[in-house]
Design a protein around this ligand. Structure first.
Ligand code: G16
Length: 554
């Protein structure tokens, strides 16, 4: 049976020693992120922790080696729990404890303490001890090889079986862990099958070689996909090949397929934050339907070139609004269900005020606000029967409760809307935000509604907004409350922000420390672009002055 072998821990720790002159990174918004060279000891500890978690749960867990939207030189780890979720706060603390354990002996002692705390030795699964397993996947960064080895060495300290999944998107690895633990088909081919079959059901008459006449009349029948030169490129191509086999004749033009230039002026983060076209899209026709995913394919944003080197953005909020509208429409014809089952939408402070207003006034929903981080949104969304969650940056999915799925199954033969929702639950990744699955659902809904981008854009008009980053010596000096909408430290920062906001019509602004980069993020919106820009700048200057800014004053 698995057991924690202190000699193995010490041996592994000495093979992947911590960086002598640097503090280890803290567990951030989505796990650990740092420059790749300092990460091997962190990944060793992540492997070790995932193994302990898997034993505590008696299920498979996962480690994804990725730094997502961050530059190619960075890397990191996302830890995946037994239902495909991100780790709970308690396990984040364990992760920090292990990563802070500098010497070989400290690590062995800390791991043993967590092992005891979780009562692993007293677990008897009827097979002579606890059972578990860890699957390790990675994106296509050059530093992945060594970091995967470090994670595997961490798992090996416990004797827990380990699986190398190789190149995976983050959502694929989450899907795999969840499906495996639920006893469902879990391989990579099963992932493509599920999406392709779900889409075939969701799009019904639309799948096939012939583009329906009404859709063709909208004028934009193909999708240009920017893959950020990341791991998602090859996976998107595999998915599209599977769609073809299933008879889907939709056209996709896959661009920025790597291997070089990861996240460098391409990808969802670039498009959403810079409001700039990704490289390789300079000559794309005005109004063409395009989307960008990020380095590990868990974010999705749509855009259309405006013909002047700029673009119209369809961010996570616009995607959420489209999905929520589709769900509300489906529920309209199902009175019993609409009254009994709760639909909810979860957003963060980055949600444009106009999107929140649309959800409230047009769809009659009361959006729930959480702090930044999929882990927070996911948890909230799971409390609804249909929980739509999206961050403005394009992270999100739609979760369906088991009760609702069971109810829909009972009526699917006589009810078309029930079939639509079941198909949506198949297409949308139930473990985490997934750019490829989100993209299929958006494509399907636009076709079903016979909507071009114009109709989608017209759902509501975003208030002008601006995002900035400020470098500070220590971003931890900024403390926030109320889902990160207000600062409680340093002193007088919030007063300054309030005064700056009050000077703008429809103004709103906040500052928060990033959990994935060494910066403070600023968000501002107002009635005009000029006011949003100047408000963001005012807040950036306040942060620079009061929170120890480094470098030039913004
Ligand atoms: C991660 C998280 C997201 C979060 C983003 C930015 O995304 O998964 O939930 O919105 O970081 O976080 P922060 O503003 O704290 O830097 P990704 O795509 O980098 O994994």
């Amino acid at each position: 049976p698995p057991r924690l072998d202190p000699d193995r821990v010490r041996d592994a720790a000495s093979r992947f020693p911590p960086d002598a002159d640097g503090d280890p990174p803290p567990y951030g918004t989505a796990g650990f992120r740092a420059q790749a060279p300092i990460l091997p000891p962190v990944l060793l500890r992540c492997g070790l922790l995932a193994a302990i978690k898997s034993l505590a749960a008696g299920k498979m867990c996962g480690v994804m080696v990725t730094a997502s939207h961050n530059p190619e030189e960075d890397n990191g780890a996302k830890l995946i729990g037994p239902v495909g979720e991100m780790m709970s706060p308690e396990w984040e603390d364990y992760a920090n404890r292990l990563v802070a354990a500098g010497s070989d002996d400290q690590l062995a002692a800390e791991a043993a303490a967590i092992w005891r705390q979780e009562g692993i030795d007293s677990i008897d699964e009827g097979r002579g001890g606890p059972v578990g397993g860890v699957v390790v996947g990675c994106d296509n960064r050059p530093s992945a090889g060594l970091l995967v080895e470090a994670a595997l060495a961490g798992v090996a300290c416990t004797g827990v079986p380990v699986v190398r999944a190789g190149l995976q998107t983050t959502p694929q690895l989450h899907f795999r862990v969840r499906a495996r633990n639920l006893g469902q088909p879990w391989g990579e081919a099963d992932y493509y099958d599920r999406l392709a079959m779900g889409l075939a059901k969701a799009s019904r008459d639309l799948v096939g070689d012939a583009v329906p006449g009404r859709w063709a009349a909208v004028g934009t029948d193909g999708l240009l996909l920017d893959c950020a030169n990341g791991v998602g490129a090859a996976k998107a191509e595999a998915l599209i090949a599977r769609l073809r086999e299933a008879g889907c004749g939709w056209r996709f033009d896959v661009r920025n397929v790597g291997p070089r230039g990861l996240n460098d002026r391409v990808g969802a983060d670039h498009v959403e934050k810079q409001r700039a076209l990704p490289l390789g899209f300079e000559t794309v026709a005005k109004g063409a339907r395009c989307c960008s995913i990020d380095g590990d394919a868990d974010r999705l944003v749509y855009f259309a070139p405006d013909g002047k080197r700029g673009l119209t953005l369809f961010d996570g909020n616009k995607i959420a609004a489209l999905l929520a509208l589709y769900i509300k429409d489906a529920l309209k014809g199902m009175p019993g269900i609409a009254e009994t089952f709760k639909v909810g939408v979860v957003q963060t402070a980055y949600a444009n005020g106009a999107s929140t207003n649309y959800l409230k006034t047009e769809l009659g929903l009361q959006p729930v606000m959480t702090s930044t981080g999929v882990k927070h949104l996911h948890r909230e969304a799971a409390s609804f029967d249909v929980g739509v969650y999206f961050e403005a940056n394009g992270h999100g999915t739609v979760l369906f409760s088991n009760d609702l799925i069971a109810k829909l199954r009972k009526i699917e033969y006589e009810d078309e809307a029930a079939r639509d929702l079941l198909a949506m639950a198949e297409v949308m990744n139930q473990a985490v935000g997934d750019a490829l699955s989100g993209m299929l659902m958006v494509e399907c809904i636009l076709r079903r509604k016979v909507w071009g981008l114009k109709e989608w854009e017209d759902m509501y008009t975003d208030l002008p907004s601006r995002q900035l980053k400020v470098m500070v010596a220590d971003r931890a000096v900024i403390k926030t409350t109320d889902a990160e909408t207000r600062c409680i430290a340093p002193d007088s920062l919030q007063q300054g922000i309030d005064a700056a906001v009050a000077r703008r019509k429809s103004g709103r602004a906040f500052a928060r420390p990033s959990g994935t980069e060494n910066v403070v993020r600023i968000y501002a919106e107002a009635a005009s672009q000029g006011e949003a820009d100047s408000l963001a700048k005012d807040v950036a200057r306040l942060v620079h002055k009061l929170a120890g800014g480094i470098g030039p004053v913004p």
